[in-house]
Design a protein around this ligand. Structure first.
Ligand code: ADP
Ligand code: MG
Length: 336
């Protein structure tokens, strides 16, 4: 009966001739930063903005790509260039802020360590552990700053690494691009990191599945919980899909603790962070992997603008524990 009443109401509205054109859902998929993207949005004309989005990604890569030797970031890392552009300016400022807030758990100067442990351009050095102390001398947020539009380094060997923040930032920029076209309702997903705009035209939120960590890099994904979001960023960090395993079966995470210089090694397996924007969510997720479960929970509970969902290894390899911060509403299949 209720459905009938709603339908009748809709027909009456149409009779009045006041109904705007229904916004159409547009889905765009592609490849960027060595991963996949999916962008969903509602647009009245159902217009496709993929060309603009791909050209934004190209511009972004010319600035911040880690793998393009000609990018501004690569030139800055080789000390061939000091002048920043808008992308480097924004991402370095935010990186240094988050580094400060997290007491250096997130650190954009960590790259020389990342590289020594085999997650950069070089193979893992058999002597990585012995090199740590000497590398730590030029790692840290006091090693780099921006002065009148130019990067300044305390040491020529300082290298910037925005891998743990750039994806979230790029998702935000796609959102901004869509907003400039008049699109408000969107979900941008880049390799698992998300930026959500306003809710859908029918008023429903964007529903996201939270992945349960797979036991290894090839195990299929499973979903356990769902969250519904709008106007925020969501990023997940975890080392269960990206790690290095040595001859003895020891796993090395690609997340480095800038304090010790060693890959993080604790029972936190993944963390999904909900923040006001994708860039912040991405960076805090990595910071929380460094902090570990207890410290990260305390950090989140102290912050009104952040929520997080943690997955940690329990007693047996097959068992996981979950923890959701106090402001997070988790839905199960039964709630949907
Ligand atoms: P994840 O999916 O785990 O968040 P990301 O690709 O977002 O992975 O970030 C991991 C990358 O961040 C590493 O490959 C490294 O380049 C960089 N990184 C590692 N440790 C840190 C750290 N403590 N602070 C900032 N960046 C880091
Ligand atoms: Mg990340």
């Amino acid at each position: 009966m209720k459905r009938f009443i709603i339908l009748l109401f809709a027909l009456l509205m149409m009779g009045c001739g006041h109904v705007d054109r229904e916004p159409e859902m547009v889905t765009i998929r592609g490849v960027v930063f060595g991963t996949y993207y999916t962008i969903i949005y509602y647009d009245e004309g159902g217009r496709n903005y993929q060309v603009s989005i791909d050209s934004l990604f190209r511009e972004f890569n010319r600035s911040l790509s880690f793998y393009d030797q000609h990018s501004l970031l690569s030139r800055i890392n080789r000390n061939e260039e000091t002048a920043v552009d808008k992308y480097v300016d924004v991402v370095l400022h935010r990186s240094l802020e988050i580094a400060e807030e997290t007491d250096g758990a997130f650190d954009p100067t960590v790259f020389p360590l990342v590289d020594a442990w085999g997650f950069g351009f070089s193979d893992r050095s058999a002597h990585a552990a012995e090199k740590v102390d000497s590398i730590l001398e030029f790692v840290g947020i006091d090693q780099v700053w921006i002065d009148d539009g130019h990067i300044r380094k305390a040491d020529d060997r300082v290298q910037l690494d925005f891998n743990a923040i750039a994806k979230g930032y790029a998702a935000d920029l796609v959102g901004k691009l869509l907003e400039s076209k008049g699109v408000t309702s969107y979900l941008v997903e880049l390799g698992g990191d998300l930026t959500a705009g306003a809710e859908k035209p029918d008023g429903s939120l964007w529903r996201i599945g939270l992945e349960v960590p797979a036991k290894d890099a090839v195990a299929p994904q499973e979903w356990e919980y769902y969250v519904e979001i709008s106007h925020m960023g969501l990023a997940t960090s975890g080392d269960y899909r990206r790690y290095f395993e040595d001859e003895d079966g020891l796993r090395y995470s690609h997340t480095i603790d800038p304090d010790t210089g060693f890959p993080v090694d604790h029972h936190l397996m993944s963390v999904s962070v909900f923040a006001p924007d994708g860039m912040s969510a991405d960076a805090y997720a990595t910071a929380f992997m460094v902090m570990g479960l207890d410290q990260a929970i305390a950090f989140v509970e102290n912050r009104e603008d952040l929520e997080a969902y943690f997955v940690y290894a329990a007693d047996t390899p097959e068992a996981f524990g979950y923890h959701a911060s106090s402001g997070l509403v988790l839905l199960t299949r039964d709630d949907l």
